[in-house]
Design a protein around this ligand. Structure first.
Ligand code: ADP
Length: 227
């Protein structure tokens, strides 16, 4: 990644200085292409780390609603740019103070959410979090990203989570992408002890979902009950 960061840094410096209009356009193009290439390198590194079983998953205290709000803010902007309606809802029964890896959770939600926006031309994208089970220590949550986009043919679903799989070559060329996002998301969810899948109807849209058990933060004796 270091050489890529070098190119990005130099591009920024060039853009800060005086440049003829045409040169500025070209340098901006270098900047955009570099970001795309960096994303591709990050995906490839993540995927090979997951395949080797070397993706560290953390167990940190985090607030689920804060994590969802951060993702919702970004997805709202992405959806708005395509005039799509976006809405995120966390069921009131879902506890917020959990333990897990909020960074990896964000990565999966961003992957599924940006795909939902990418493959939808009109209508809406929704993010839902529901509680499926709960005991004193743990809660099982179902995360769903639903879109009203192009959907996926049943025969393509079987290979969708394999690396570099793209449902339809002509469509994927139009939308761009590495074909690694879903393979990474599925393996990340599995590394966090969960499962990930999709229900889709071609022409109507898709729901990508994942189910995951998360530990609840311990409530200190004598402190007010956690939400
Ligand atoms: P990429 O988006 O980079 O091609 P992904 O692994 O994220 O790679 O997705 C693989 C393929 O799955 C996409 O190329 C597309 O064909 C299909 N796909 C993913 N998400 C959706 C969606 N929400 N609606 C329709 N097709 C989708």
């Amino acid at each position: 990644r270091t050489p890529m960061n070098g190119v990005i840094g130099v591009t920024h410096l060039l853009l800060q200085g005086e440049l003829p209009a045409e040169a500025r356009q070209l340098v901006e193009l270098i900047g955009q292409s570099t970001q795309t290439l960096l994303a591709l390198i990050n995906d490839t590194l993540d995927y090979s780390r997951l395949e080797a079983g070397r993706m560290p998953v953390e167990k940190l205290d985090f607030d689920l609603r804060v994590t969802i709000d951060q993702i919702a803010g970004i997805l709202h902007t992405l959806a708005g740019a395509k005039s799509l309606v976006f809405d995120a809802r966390v069921n009131a029964l879902v506890p917020s103070r959990l333990m897990g890896d909020p960074g990896r959770l964000r990565q999966v939600l961003m992957n599924l959410g940006s795909n939902a926006v990418k493959f939808t031309e009109r209508g809406s994208v929704n993010l839902r979090v529901e509680r499926e089970a709960e005991n004193d220590d743990q809660v099982t949550l179902l995360f769903q990203l639903t879109d009203t986009g192009i959907g996926i043919e049943p025969q393509a679903v079987a290979t969708l989570f394999e690396p570099y799989a793209q449902a339809d070559a002509s469509i994927s060329r139009r939308y761009g992408g590495s074909g690694l996002g879903l393979a990474i998301s599925k393996r990340l969810v599995e590394a966090m002890g969960g499962e990930l899948g999709v229900d889709s109807t071609p022409g109507d849209g898709s729901t990508f979902w994942f189910r995951m058990k998360l530990e609840k933060q311990a409530v200190l004796v004598g402190s007010p009950a956690a939400p």
